[in-house]
Design a protein around this ligand. Sequence first.
Ligand code: ADP
Ligand code: MG
Length: 244
Amino acid sequence: MLQIRGLTKRFGGLAAISDVTMEFPAGSLTAVIGPNGAGKSTFFNLISGAFRPDAGEIVFKGETITGLDRAAIVRRGIGRAFQVASFFPSMTVAENLMAAIAAHRGQWGDLNHRFPRQGVRDRAMEVAEMLGLHDNADTLSANLSHGDQKLLDIALALALEPSMLLLDEPTAGMGPEERWRMIEKVQRLWQQQHLTLAFIEHDMDIVFGISSSIRVLCYGRLLAEGTPDEIRNNPAVIEAYLGT
Ligand code: ADP
Ligand code: MG
């Protein structure tokens, strides 16, 4: 589904991502882990087109997408949610979703909230429902709980009909119980929408509990990849990350 070869991104003298090669097979649920500053968010930013790589190639569904801008990459089917949720705080949940859907469909004329074209509103409610946000459809986004704001951020990515979804720390800032509620939703989404999903996560119970495959980044390099059992028992991973 997604193939990455020799990907490199420098910030001044620092190689945030350094010669990274890996694949994400169709339908996989992959965790990307590693210490703070390892380059995980940068890696997602490169795939989603927020940053341009200095070297390397990104191939999605057989097509090279290296260096395309974010809008072009979204149109090809890669969606992403952010470490810090990103939406219009002064708009309701439904309005945020309708804006995303209308923009994606090139229907900016539909942004008159009082008379949204019915199809856009229906689709917004459908996406809200996928994440259990439908009861909050008319809530001002700024007034949502932290967890619901993270869900809205994922919903906004989903509204653009991705076949692959990148989630940067979907459980950041959550207590243990709320974390698992989020992860159950993510897992259900992955199954029901037949997504290829990659997520950055620090909670190892979650990582080992739900991933089909794990990639470990360290100092911008791919330190290890494998199944949860392989990663759990990998001496280099234990030394660089798990042991601490
Ligand atoms: P992680 O998500 O694994 O914690 P990041 O990808 O955010 O790591 O950061 C990797 C390294 O790149 C860090 O040293 C960080 O300071 C640096 N970095 C990230 N984004 C930028 C940027 N826009 N400009 C300069 N340096 C950056
Ligand atoms: Mg990060």
